[in-house]
Design a protein around this ligand. Structure first.
Ligand code: GCO
Ligand code: MG
Length: 402
């Protein structure tokens, strides 16, 4: 088999997506997600100018060699733009291989280790009462695990809450919006949220929380300790992800399980965290990690240290990325949970998907390949819109982690 053509399709059905489509001389094609939220066109240029010309005529079955060629061969390794581009290619190649084999992708990975994939969804409110109600609504929909985020008195527009909770491209995102942050206000308020949610909804639901890299290690340690009575499934992204050593201090002080890694893009970003068992869940995901080939390695490496998986799955990972993640989730012996924030209906129309959601669990489906496609005609009706993630400042104006 030979690669005859590779297209990069950019569309914005409510938010921007970059999709790679690889065609072959045998008529089989595969698709992969290459979306990097807020930096989409940098990945498009990387693919069109530097990757695609090298792959025309190559055998699409040589997934490992193509991955090494694009990663090692570039000399300039790592980084989100590079790794999203490689991921688009790698995911499309696995899609082709599984279609050629006449199997759903999880069979090629080693088969299913479970019947269904537990997922967590999001509940948020501008205040605690609203978030408690939102948790109730998600429980009514059948979800078993719920990430809770609330606005904080005195701080407008806190991440994951209010108007900006749904990660669509809002009209006012054409330039970076500014949010405001205060760690003291947050640390005093966050435990009250979980006290209220447990009081209202009991002990059975798994509760998660995301701090979006905004704390220092000792602040994260304090928060983890304060949340212990509420028995969280995980506390996510407490400190800046670059500071792997910072987790040593957090770990010494709290038994709240820790998750990190949505911004990592290679296994080396998480090596120390896993080797020293400083985390419980690794949040890396197919699109930002460079594809299925390296994600399988991350998952295997994590399993050696008792670390479980918790793939990032917000709406800016396209349904293709979710589909690919779900095949890995169904296979991985050390699977933990899959994030699922859901999609707008127009996104699901553009990306016809074999995966299903039932009673708080996902399944990748039995379609050959990874089971997600792109409707190119429909995609063309939703042109790209420049959109940024927000930036964050402390109350005195200091630029802070977002
Ligand atoms: C999550 C994430 C997202 C990210 C978003 C950035 O845990 O789902 O923190 O909300 O902010 O994916 O593009
Ligand atoms: Mg997060």
């Amino acid at each position: 088999m030979k690669i005859t053509d590779i297209k990069v399709i950019v569309c914005s059905p409510g938010r921007n997506f970059v999709t790679v489509k690889i065609m072959t001389d045998e008529g089989l094609y595969g698709v992969g997600d290459a979306t990097l939220n807020g930096r989409e066109l940098a990945v498009v240029a990387y693919l069109e100018e530097h990757v695609i010309p090298c792959l025309i005529g190559r055998d699409p079955h040589q997934i490992e060699d193509i991955w090494q060629y694009l990663y090692r061969g570039a000399y300039w390794r790592r980084g989100p733009v590079t790794m999203c581009a490689i991921s688009g290619i790698d995911t499309a190649l696995w899609d082709i291989k599984a279609k050629a084999a006449g199997m759903p992708l999880y069979q090629l990975l080693g088969g299913a280790s479970r019947d269904k994939v537990l997922c967590y969804t999001h509940a948020q409110g501008t205040d605690i009462a609203e978030c408690v109600d939102a948790v109730g609504a998600k429980l009514d929909q059948g979800f078993k695990a719920i990430r809770c985020q609330t606005g904080i008195p005195g701080l407008p527009n806190v991440y994951g809450t209010g108007k900006y909770a749904v990660t669509t491209n809002a009209a006012d995102d054409a330039m970076p919006r500014e949010e405001m942050w205060s760690t003291p206000k947050y640390l005093n308020y966050a435990p009250k949220l979980f006290e209220a949610v447990r009081n209202a909804h009991g002990e059975d639901v798994h509760l998660l929380h995301d701090t979006h890299h905004r704390l220092t290690p000792i602040e994260a340690a304090r928060l983890g300790k304060a949340l212990e009575p509420y028995n969280l499934f995980w506390l996510e992204d407490t400190v800046a992800a670059e500071l792997q050593e910072g987790f040593r201090l957090i770990r010494q002080h709290t038994t709240t399980p820790l998750a990190v890694g949505e911004v990592f893009n290679t296994i080396w970003d998480a090596r120390l965290l896993m080797e020293e068992q400083l985390i419980d869940y690794i949040r890396m995901t197919v699109v930002h990690a460079g594809g299925i080939t390296p994600m399988r390695r991350v998952m295997d490496f994590a399993s050696v240290y008792g670390v479980r998986t918790g793939c990032h799955g917000a709406m800016d990972m396209s349904p293709i990325c979710l589909g690919a993640n779900l095949h890995l989730d169904l296979w991985a012996p050390n699977f933990g949970i899959q994030e699922f924030s859901g999609y707008l209906p127009e996104i699901l129309d553009v990306f016809p998907s074999a995966w299903t959601l039932n009673d708080g669990n996902l399944h990748p489906g039995e379609a050959h390949g990874h089971g997600v496609d792109i409707d190119e005609d429909l995609a063309a009706k939703y042109p790209y819109q420049r959109a940024y993630l927000p930036v964050n400042r402390l109350e005195d104006g200091t630029l802070w982690h977002w």
